[in-house]
Design a protein around this ligand. Structure first.
Ligand SMILES: *Cc1c(COP(=O)(O)O)cnc(C)c1O
Length: 421
């Protein structure tokens, strides 16, 4: 007979001592007691976000109509500043909420390459970076007569400082990396990597999609040049909510983004013939801001601020640690391998497990009321959202995974991955 985890009361104790436990009630309740471990792809809806969208659609928009723009027009910069002080460690006037991560990455990377001296034509990223980052950099290099250099990264260990040092030199314009690797959850050394890139005379662009809202980020302390990230993962602002971009203040004047939209123009409503980009972070805007999404981001970031990013990071570390211990004890004997860094200092908010039947297991988990996330090749990601997941969630999820694999219940599911994974 298999050892059952119900004898282990560690989760009960951890939940009882959890200073963030009450925040779970600030979210729309889960239907049918499903355990949601995919907040690293799409966070659950906070009640405050629902209320903010409801307020816009039922009160501000119908009542104010066009007059609402007097206020709404300031949201991209104001919500950017809120994000900066709540989770990014950035100063006011350096962050804008706009567009998608992909578009913001394009704007900032193209601006960096255009501002670099003629001998610096190389863009650097790693072969394990998120696909949109690699594709966009490839497209910019091709369009602007540059070259893309790919660092080879172990997909479970993450990018190393030494590998970055080897890849940069007098030909490099920009290095773009993910702060937390989307597949393994490996956390890059932001301070050391940024320093190496800058010593080589290049700019550093961090993609914060998998760290913002769960890992404490210190853009000013690390003297980061550029950053982008989304708001729908650990920030919980909703599907397709707008992303953000960050440009350190002393760089803003030097950079010109490639999409010359009217929202980046000096004295926008003068409707001038000539394009003259604004001074400041506003020059990285493009067109009409998505107000419905912006009010959602504002409410979502306020909730994170109430909990405090340090408390969130502390719980996140403990959750990943607890899950790692349970996985080593109960899942490794069933053919799983840990596919995240073992060093707690080098991990973000999720734990990745490799199993040759990971796709089938992830489908069986959904039917057992646990929603994980599947990533090629053969990996299940367990994402822990400190604001609404409990330690008991982790224990139950592992318990059900053991049950599925020990009884071979996953073998009833199709072996080929299909649809949105
Ligand atoms: C989720 C994610 C994105 C998503 O970009 P979109 O433009 O919102 O589709 C980009 N980069 C990383 C690292 C991500 O994790």
């Amino acid at each position: 007979m298999m050892e059952r985890m119900s004898t282990d009361d560690a989760a009960t104790k951890l939940d009882a001592a959890d200073p963030l436990a009450a925040f779970a009630e600030r979210f729309h309740p889960m239907h049918d007691d499903v355990i949601y471990l995919d907040g690293n792809s799409l966070g659950r809806p906070p009640l405050d976000v629902q209320a903010a969208v409801d307020n816009l659609t039922h009160r501000e928009w119908p009542h104010d109509l066009i007059r609402g723009w007097d206020r709404w027009i300031n949201l991209p910069g104001d919500v950017g500043d809120l994000l900066a002080r709540t989770v990014l460690g950035a100063r006011p006037g350096e962050t804008l909420v706009a567009d998608s991560t992909s578009v913001n990455l394009y704007k900032l990377a193209a601006a960096a390459l255009a501002a670099a001296p003629a001998e610096r034509r190389v863009l650097v990223t790693d072969d394990d970076n998120f696909p949109t980052d690699r594709y966009i950099l490839q497209g910019i290099a091709e369009a602007a007569g540059g070259r893309l250099r790919l660092i080879h990264t172990d997909i479970d260990a993450g990018v190393t400082v030494d590998a970055v040092a080897d890849a940069v030199g007098p030909d490099t314009a920009l290095v773009c990396l993910s702060h937390v690797a989307y597949r393994s959850g490996a956390l890059a050394d932001m301070a050391a990597v940024t320093d190496i890139v800058q010593r080589a005379g290049a700019l550093m662009l961090w993609d914060l999609c998998h760290s913002v809202g769960v890992v404490d980020v210190d853009l000013t302390g690390c003297n980061v040049d550029l950053a982008v990230g989304c708001s729908y993962k650990y920030l919980n602002a909703g599907p397709g909510a707008p992303a953000f971009l960050y440009v350190r203040s002393d760089l803003q004047e030097r950079l010109r983004q490639p999409i010359w939209g009217w929202f980046s123009q000096t004295d926008q409503f003068a409707m001038d013939a000539e394009y003259r980009p604004q001074a400041g972070i506003g020059r990285f805007a493009v067109g009409t801001p998505p107000v419905m999404g912006l009010v959602a981001v504002e409410a979502a970031v306020r909730l994170i601020g109430e909990a405090g990013i340090d408390a969130i990071r502390d719980k996140s570390r403990l959750m990943v640690h607890h899950a790692t211990r349970l996985a080593e004890r109960h899942l490794v004997p069933l053919g799983f391998e840990l596919a995240s860094p073992l060093d707690p200092q080098r991990r973000g908010g999720h734990l990745t497990l490799r199993h040759e039947r990971a796709w089938q297991i992830s489908q069986a988990m959904r039917d057992a009321a646990v929603i994980p996330d599947y990533r090629e090749p053969q990996r299940i990601r367990l994402g822990f959202a400190p604001l609404y997941n409990s330690y008991a969630d982790i224990e139950t999820a592992v318990d059900r995974m053991v049950d599925i694999v020990a009884r071979g219940r996953h073998l009833d599911y199709p072996a080929e991955a299909t649809g949105v994974t």
